[in-house]
Design a protein around this ligand. Structure first.
Ligand code: GLU
Length: 276
């Protein structure tokens, strides 16, 4: 009997521990991130490091570079003043939400589409970039658009945690989707013939085709992917500051300058449609 009681006691103790740990993490997320950032004069952004044009690690100087990095820096100055610092932490499509919700990063700016499903878990700023899903294939491929993937039951490469892999289920339900852990791995898989096409947003695919002659974006876009900055739930002051900073960066002409800097070389990218 004693043993049974001590087992029950242990169980109760463990349950209390789990509950209080849970409470700890939710009270940690109750802190005012904007206030903390103002004190430390730093915003920690979760950004991509495998995505040319948006956020790509430059191995020469170990710096992540791209449109989103420059935009995050400009917005950080708007929010924290000219001495404000943007700190960058590398995320993937799969890790970005958990890292935000655990408090490892303050905000995500990582080619992340605003979707109703995601908006249940995080809050989004208004959109800062309008992308659309497309496919990348080797030149001369018989696959010319997303419907061809369906007809042929082809293998399509994508990335875990992206909504692109889910969308393929709707637009080409007969295609087989092979999910890799990031975009550099997905591109390597395409080049080594493990799939007939790679799918994600057009801007990301343009970045790959710039670096890899012989691979092209085909068939146009078949979804709308408005990118938003994600912050944790309960961080309305930070979200509002993000929206205000975005407006200022747009109104000052800085936004269009950055758009031109990163995308003017991209054939097929309509700069006019993206200007703000
Ligand atoms: N924009 C899409 C998404 O949010 C695809 C790009 C990505 O994997 O980040 O899932």
């Amino acid at each position: 009997m004693k043993k049974v009681f001590s087992k029950i006691g242990l169980l109760v103790a463990l349950t209390v521990m789990v509950i209080s740990l849970g409470a700890c993490s939710s009270s940690a997320s109750k802190k005012n991130v904007l206030q903390d950032d103002k004190q430390s004069k730093t915003i920690t952004w979760g950004v991509k490091a495998d995505t040319k044009l948006f956020g790509l690690m430059d191995v020469k100087d170990n710096q992540i570079k791209g449109f989103e990095i420059d935009l995050a820096k400009a917005m950080t100055k708007q929010i924290l003043g000219k001495n404000g610092k943007a700190r960058f932490l590398q995320v993937t499509s799969q890790t970005r939400m958990p890292l935000l919700r655990n408090g490892n990063i303050d905000a995500i700016m990582a080619t992340m589409t605003i979707t109703p499903e995601r908006a249940k878990q995080v809050d989004f700023s208004r959109s800062y970039f309008d992308a659309g899903q497309a496919i990348l294939v080797k030149d001369g491929s018989p696959i010319k658009n997303v419907r061809d993937l369906n007809k042929k039951g082809a293998v399509v490469l994508g990335v875990v945690g992206s909504n692109s892999v889910q969308n393929i289920g709707k637009f080409a339900p007969k295609a087989k989707v092979l999910q890799l852990s990031d975009y550099s791995q997905a591109l390597t898989a395409l080049k080594s013939g493990q799939g007939e096409a790679l799918t994600t947003d057009n801007g990301i695919l343009y970045g790959m085709s710039l670096e890899n002659p012989g691979y092209s974006v085909v068939g146009g876009t078949f979804t709308n992917e408005p990118y938003g900055i994600a912050v944790d739930k309960g961080q309305a002051p930070l979200k509002n500051a993000m929206n205000q900073a975005l407006t200022k960066v747009e109104k000052s002409g800085q936004y269009n300058k950055l758009l031109y800097k990163w995308f003017h070389r991209v054939k097929g990218f309509d700069l006019k449609g993206a200007e703000r």
